[in-house]
Design a protein around this ligand. Structure first.
Ligand code: URA
Length: 496
């Protein structure tokens, strides 16, 4: 029996090295006891044949990603379960695609919980200014109580987002510090005294402004912003009062509504006439259990302001049992008029390149991250505008429903907007191109460029070369799909 005690910092690397060492020694899962943090190791073997294991064991990339998240979960059994899965996966890589395997399902749920916790941390950390206001670099601190050990893997996000200031995020498990551009970690602490500052009032005002009493859904609000986070978020102090006053304010809003609707509202009403009126976006998700129901509900979508000027919503099309889903940015001018995705110039390129890559569009579900056309009117023309998070995030609702119903084996994200919607960030798409990442629900996402990028290239030679790279990307995606279908998830390198 070997006991391996993993450190409370750099845990992911330590677990990976130790697991490789155990594999190299042929240690069965029952022969290893995993411990975490605390006192000196009973037995920690940093030289457990890492090299030889690495050379002989090929691990599916999806396992590496799973382990990279699960090690930050708070469950004390996480390392043992991961090692058990690793032990089985080394002989049967296809296990990573076995939806029925209970251990894999448990670990995937833990991966999801960690991702959710990271997401909450990004959204709910509230910094307070602690340095002198005239200091060369401003200095901030925040207290946060994450559900899992997610400060270390999330700290690089804050370092890139708040790179021009010094900051400290204190949690009970770990403290992250960012000083003069260097990220470091120290032990966890208890809650430090943090001054209230101007940001408190800013958050409170912002929250009051985005709060719409007529759309209050207390349960949904608490799912998005669980109560356990409230105590460290200044804006939440006013929630009980706002809930208490919501009905009165909604009544006042109704009473003050104009009696004669503006022309735009009349146009919308006409457009909606004849549609299935029970399908509103607020309809219980359980009722949206066919693609037709989802498409019908989306016609009355008002989740972001884009519905106001677009001709119509443009939902996806293709077989509802498609194994491959292509996700673009948003409908363009022609798609907005036709009500179908990818029928304009970018769609024509997409069709041609798909064909060249051996992908038959009629077998693919093609859709967009944003379902309404965003444009700037210029005389008779409508100039395409890139959607931002205010449109991408609310529209994820529809894309999620499409993904839930189609259940593709593989999604291809065409360009930065699709990548942002599906993976949480659209940054560095050219660097990430050809890689496979995952949605929050664990569906593999192959990243590539958007075909309209090819339309914008000025000279023919570059265009030909880039079109060829795009074709190779789609071929790689098709090959990956084939592997998934055959139960052989890709291993090792990037696909491109
Ligand atoms: N560009 C997209 O991203 N989607 C379309 O449907 C058309 C152009």
């Amino acid at each position: 029996m070997q006991t391996i005690r993993l450190p409370g910092r750099a845990t992911a690397t330590a677990w990976r090295d130790a697991a490789r060492g155990c594999l190299a020694q042929g240690l069965q899962p029952e022969e290893v006891v995993w411990a975490y943090g605390g006192a000196a190791p009973d037995l920690f073997a940093p030289d457990m044949g890492v090299g030889s294991a690495a050379a002989t064991t090929v691990v599916p990339r999806s396992f590496i990603r799973l382990a990279g998240a699960v090690v930050w979960h708070r469950d004390p059994e996480r390392f043992a379960w991961l090692y058990t899965l690793l032990w089985r996966v080394k002989d049967r890589p296809a296990l990573m695609d076995d939806q029925a395997d209970p251990l894999l399902a448990r670990l995937r749920a833990m991966q999801k919980a960690v991702y959710r916790c990271q997401h909450k941390m990004k959204a709910f950390v509230r910094f307070r200014e602690i340095g002198a206001p005239d200091a060369e670099r401003r200095s901030f601190a925040a207290w946060f109580e994450p559900a899992h050990y997610t400060l270390e893997p999330t700290a690089p996000f804050f370092a890139s987002r708040f790179g021009d200031m010094d900051w400290r995020i204190v949690t009970p498990d770990l403290t992250a510090t960012f000083e003069d551009g260097a990220l470091g970690f120290a032990d966890g602490q208890s809650k430090p005294p943090l001054p209230e500052d101007a940001a408190e009032e800013l958050w409170a005002t912002y929250f009051r402004n985005i709060f719409n009493p007529s759309r209050l859904k207390v349960k949904a609000m608490q799912t998005g912003m669980p109560k356990s986070y409230w105590r460290n978020m200044p804006e939440t102090r006013q929630i009980s009062d706002m809930i208490a006053g919501a009905e009165g304010r909604a009544q006042a809003m109704r009473a003050a509504a104009p009696t004669a609707p503006p022309a735009r509202a009349a146009r919308l009403q006409n457009r909606r006439a004849g549609l299935d009126r029970t399908s509103s976006e607020e309809q219980d998700v359980d009722n949206l259990n066919t693609i037709d129901a989802v498409h019908s509900a989306a016609r009355s979508c008002t989740r972001c302001p884009l519905y106001r000027n677009a001709t119509q919503v443009v939902m996806g099309e293709g077989p509802t049992d498609a194994e491959l889903m292509l996700v673009g940015e948003q409908p363009g001018d022609q798609e907005d008029l036709a009500g179908r995705p990818f029928v304009g110039p970018a769609g024509q390129i997409l069709d041609r390149v798909c064909h060249a890559a051996g992908i038959d569009r009629s077998t693919v579900y093609v859709t967009n991250a944003v379902k309404h056309f965003k444009f700037l009117p210029r005389g008779k023309r409508r100039l395409h505008q890139k959607p931002d998070a205010g449109e991408i995030v609310p529209c994820r609702w529809w894309l999620d429903l499409e993904m839930r119903l189609v259940q593709p084996r593989l999604i291809v994200a065409l360009g930065a907007t699709a990548a942002e919607s599906l993976t949480g960030t659209g940054k560095g798409i050219l660097r990430r191109r050809g890689a496979i990442e995952h949605t929050e629900a664990g569906t593999p996402v192959f990243l590539t460029i958007h075909p309209s990028y090819l339309l914008r290239l000025p000279d023919a030679a570059t265009k030909a070369a880039e079109t060829d790279s795009f074709r190779r990307d789609l071929e790689a995606a098709a090959a990956h799909l084939q592997e998934l279908r055959a139960g052989r998830p890709n291993v090792g390198q990037r696909c491109s």
